[in-house]
Design a binder for this molecule. Structure first.
Ligand code: AMP
Ligand code: MN
Ligand code: MN
Ligand code: MN
Length: 283
């Protein structure tokens, strides 16, 4: 059976593999298609597509993952098959990264206030790409010996409600979905269920809004999903006539336990999903 992975991260955001290393890994494990979907940046895509063009075993899909705010919640929208030279898309992503950088400065000030020796310059020095998020800060604090696990840093400093947390300004879902569409892409609600949540009422409530803005699909296959969660997403997608996407959300060694294409071992995203998503993008 042919299988695919439509959600992954490189060093352009918070993954540990470079875009070409991701392509090599995808070929090694026999993936038929892989999408690179870095947070709020498309800067890894030229290298990604170039690496994949050197063979025709693994189809490379240009993507991006945009964080938006809907009804007080942070929601992630993955764009697939995007034209990453689209000016309006690039402008939106640039604006989002500006807010990321402003937040990083505020977080660092708070961390310094808590007594941690860490600077903005160090963050830039360690960053592989232009979209810098909290996981990198966690990595620095671990390397300095303050903590041993990423989760510990989030719990004690970085998660919502923790002392060094700062909110960042997020775009609205209609803006993100609209720019993805204008760039020729399909818009996917990424990991619509979080952790152990399995709430169909929540999915329906959010989708009543997201469908107004033209969301095309939901991730029905995801590393962290139980069978029941996957079934809930598939059922509700059917109610709203949405397509299904799926991926591992691979971050390399920055997210332990998750393998490209395989998630925690049980993930298997069928190739047929890609054909439907592609047909939608070509409409
Ligand atoms: P950022 O892009 O800076 O908002 O960071 C988001 C990333 O941080 C997510 O993709 C997760 O990898 C990680 N993250 C967010 N919240 C938590 C949390 N409560 N615990 C552990 N990791 C988290
Ligand atoms: Mn991430
Ligand atoms: Mn996400
Ligand atoms: Mn992701």
């Amino acid at each position: 059976m042919k299988f695919i992975d439509l959600h992954s991260h490189s060093t352009a955001s918070d993954g540990s593999f470079s875009p070409s290393e991701l392509v090599a890994k995808a070929e090694e494990i026999g993936l038929s298609a892989l999408a690179l979907t870095d947070h709020d940046t498309v800067s890894g895509l030229p290298e990604f597509l170039e690496a994949a063009s050197k063979n025709n075993r693994c189809e490379a899909i240009p993507g991006v993952e945009v964080s938006v705010e809907l009804m007080g919640k942070e929601v992630h929208i993955v764009g697939l098959f995007i034209d990453y030279t689209s000016n309006a898309l690039l402008e939106m992503l640039c604006e989002i990264r500006k807010h990321r950088n402003q937040r990083n400065e505020l977080i660092i000030t708070k961390l310094q206030g808590m007594g941690f020796d860490v600077t903005l310059q160090e963050l830039f020095d360690v960053a592989g790409g232009e979209s810098i998020g909290r996981p990198l800060l966690a990595k620095i604090l671990i390397e300095k010996g303050y903590f041993s696990e990423v989760q510990e840093v989030f719990d004690k400093c970085l998660k919502r409600g923790a002392p060094a947390y700062c909110a960042r300004v997020l775009p609205s879902p209609d803006k993100a979905i609209n720019e993805i569409h204008k760039a020729g892409g399909v818009a996917v609600w990424a990991h619509p269920l979080y952790r152990a949540a399995n709430d169909r009422t929540y999915l329906r409530k959010m989708l009543r809004e997201l469908t107004k803005f033209g969301i095309d699909a939901m991730e029905g296959h995801y590393s962290a999903f139980s069978e029941a969660q996957s079934r809930a997403v598939h059922d509700v997608a059917g109610e709203f006539s949405l397509l299904i996407s799926g991926g591992s959300d691979f971050h390399g060694t920055n997210q332990k336990g998750i393998e490209l294409g395989k998630g925690y071992g049980e993930l298997s995203v069928p190739y047929e999903l890609l054909e439907k998503l592609k047909a939608k993008a070509e409409q």
